[in-house]
Design a protein around this ligand. Structure first.
Ligand code: SF4
Ligand code: SF4
Ligand code: SF4
Length: 297
């Protein structure tokens, strides 16, 4: 563990006291976050994807994830129907009349990630290349990240006594490899999903849109949506049909701040409440795992 229970409690109490002492009814607005200079990402193009799911298999192998044989009637197959605790990457099919499209879903590597904003003790962080990482040693299992993510990405390992949060971290375990590239991008036989720097990918998406305006919806999803994402999408069907329902350019953490300011204006900041809740949740998580911690309590 990066810290023990005593230091966690002490840290929370100190932070809580400091926050309450310094609480003012209205704080200055957050600065809008921008894409980091070293940002890496992905570009997925629905017109190129053939739904072969090689990326789903490669993701499982690269991340040591078990086969998901829990789908009723599909018990002898690895057949996840959505992202879950065994699945960080999924290909879904949209079909309506004669209109069809595949869509790949994984973490969007948001520019201003709601999961990071929601995580009280920094288990979620935006790190090198702008990739959003999760730290097992810090996580208390409160699942605020799950509730905050507008794309429904983080999944909780309900089947485990010491559960993890499961989500795509851009294959960061491969970072040391000379040819570091996310497994899903490496295996795609059609280059429907490609990896690169954010700048390269955005330029490529703009080039495709300009060359084939008849082929695509006139939009690069992720360029501005919800403050921007480092995973970009081009599509031949409307993005809402693929489950991208948010048309706001305001990042979720900014919306949260606006709402919180509205609710708490004139009240003491709820830092003490958060700290207390955090302790309870952390204790609940530990019950399932470390026996030695119980003795200490
Ligand atoms: S490997 Fe490529 S073509 Fe196959 S499903 Fe994945 S993104 Fe689509
Ligand atoms: S998609 Fe969800 S989990 Fe991924 S960075 Fe954005 S808010 Fe976090
Ligand atoms: S980057 Fe890695 S973890 Fe993320 S979807 Fe691709 S293969 Fe899976």
């Amino acid at each position: 563990m990066a810290f023990d229970r005593r230091s966690l409690l002490k840290g929370m109490a100190t932070a809580s006291a400091a926050a309450v002492a310094s609480a003012s009814p209205v704080k200055a607005a957050r600065e809008r976050k921008v894409v980091p200079e070293d940002a890496r990402g992905m570009l997925y193009d629905t017109t190129l994807c053939i739904g072969c799911k090689a990326c789903v298999r490669a993701c499982k192998e690269a991340n040591d994830l078990p086969a998901d044989t829990r789908t009723p009637g599909m018990e002898i197959f690895d057949a996840p129907t959505d992202l879950n605790d065994y699945t960080k990457n999924i290909i879904k099919l949209y079909s309506e009349g004669d209109r069809r499209s595949y869509v790949k879903r994984q973490c969007m590597q948001c520019v201003d990630p709601a999961c990071v904003g929601a995580c009280m003790i920094g288990a979620f962080r935006k790190e090198k290349f702008g990739i959003i990482t999760w730290d097992r040693d810090r996580c208390i299992g409160c699942r605020y990240c799950q509730m905050a993510c507008p794309f429904g990405i983080p999944k909780f390992e309900w089947s485990s006594l010491n559960p993890d949060i499961v989500k795509c971290e851009y294959c960061r375990q491969r970072e040391g490899d000379k040819q570091w590239e996310p497994a899903c991008c490496e295996v795609c036989p059609r280059e429907a999903v490609i990896a690169g720097t954010y700048e390269e990918l955005l330029a490529e998406a703009k080039r495709r849109l300009a060359e084939h305006p008849d082929r695509y919806e006139p939009k690069i999803y992720g360029e501005k949506d919800l403050g921007g994402t480092q995973v970009l999408y081009l599509s031949h069907v409307p993005f809402e049909k693929l489950g991208f329902k948010f048309d706001s350019e305001e990042p979720v953490p900014e919306m949260q701040q606006t709402i919180q300011h509205g609710i708490y204006q004139g009240f003491i900041a709820p830092a003490a409440l958060y700290a207390g809740l955090g302790v309870v949740l952390w204790r609940n998580r530990r019950k399932g795992g470390a026996e030695e911690e119980e003795g200490e309590a």
